[in-house]
Write a protein that binds this ligand. Structure first.
Ligand code: BDR
Ligand code: CA
Length: 312
């Protein structure tokens, strides 16, 4: 049986690869893409999501634009990583498929109400604004969510946008607090694990060797955002964050983690957006998330390359 998912996203080259991985995987039925402001403003993320669908030759996947700013703060973006458009790298044609008229939050609410309870998984790859807004507006949908599998946060790796916080959570900590407090089952793919999914030269060459439009594009996108991360971390490649979410759905055996309590810091100007994960279980706070800590990176890249090959 296929698993129904909604991908909530702010593409972003790594979001784009995650979307491609999902669209290439017969185990998953992508009910829609919901764009949110994050890496770049909403105008770009809503456009980029459609560019990716067209690259995968899937213009039938509905794309919805959602919230254009965080719940309680000004938008912080990451053009320094992803470029001005969010998908900088090779020039890409504007999409011809339409953006849906419906707001992404309405799509999320209606889909969860219309599908059987416990059958729709939410896959947030950006700030949690759309998801939290949907939960606040329609609290009845929370218990209908099968699981939330998200990229965000960090514990041992601490921050990538501030010393304490990971970008997706930092941009909208109030939304993250709503989501982590909602009571739906959550899997977190934090920097602790995504920093192990490094785009080393042989792995990028494997994308290129596919020889397809998709393979060449993924290699080119990777080259673009690598320039920043390799310099920053001094690593052999850049972390391919968001595809880890989809990989966890497909092959949870590639990952290990712990059920722990995760709270979101929203007050402190110094540590705002920090995911305070009780990894060592030193409090009585109940577990609210499966916090992933390790992965088989080689297995992950094998899976990704094999799946991308299917999108010719
Ligand atoms: C996250 O922030 C974005 O820049 C990436 O797309 C990813 O979702 C990593 O911190
Ligand atoms: Ca993202």
């Amino acid at each position: 049986m296929t698993q129904k998912i909604i991908i909530d996203t702010d593409p972003g080259q790594d979001d784009a690869v995650a979307i491609l991985l999902a669209l290439a995987s017969p185990e998953l039925e992508v009910l829609g893409l919901t764009a949110v402001a994050g890496n770049v403003p909403l105008e770009f993320t809503a456009k980029n999501a459609r560019i990716v669908c067209e690259l995968a030759k899937r213009p039938d996947v509905p794309v919805f634009a959602g919230c254009d700013r965080p719940m309680a703060r000004d938008l912080v973006t990451a053009e320094h990583v992803h470029g001005k458009t969010g998908l900088d790298g090779p020039q890409m044609a504007d999409p011809t498929m339409p953006l849906q008229d419906k707001h992404a939050v309405d799509f999320i609410i209606e889909t969860l109400r219309n599908e059987a309870p416990g059958t729709v998984t939410l896959c947030p790859l950006g700030p949690l604004t759309n998801i939290a807004t949907a939960f606040q507006r329609a609290p009845d949908i929370v218990e209908r969510v099968a699981r939330i599998v998200l990229m965000g946060g960090a514990y041992f790796e601490v921050g990538n946008i501030t010393p304490a916080a990971e970008f997706n959570i930092y941009v909208d900590p109030e939304a993250a607090k709503v989501v982590f407090g909602a009571g739906a089952p959550i899997t977190v793919l934090p920097l602790d694990v995504t920093h192990k999914a490094l785009t080393t030269a042989p792995r990028v060459q494997a994308f290129r060797d596919l020889g397809t439009q998709v393979g060449l594009m993924v290699a080119a996108w990777t080259n673009f955002f690598e320039r920043f991360d390799k310099e920053k971390y001094g690593s052999a490649g850049a972390p391919l964050h968001d595809p880890c979410v989809i990989a966890w759905l497909l092959r949870p055996d590639l990952f290990t983690g712990r059920e722990v309590n995760v709270e979101i810091e929203v007050e402190s100007p110094l540590t705002r957006g920090m995911t305070v994960a009780d990894w060592w279980r030193v409090t009585d706070r109940p577990a609210n998330a499966l916090f992933i800590g390790d992965m088989d990176a080689e297995g992950f890249f094998d899976l990704l390359t094999e799946r991308l090959q299917r999108l010719s």
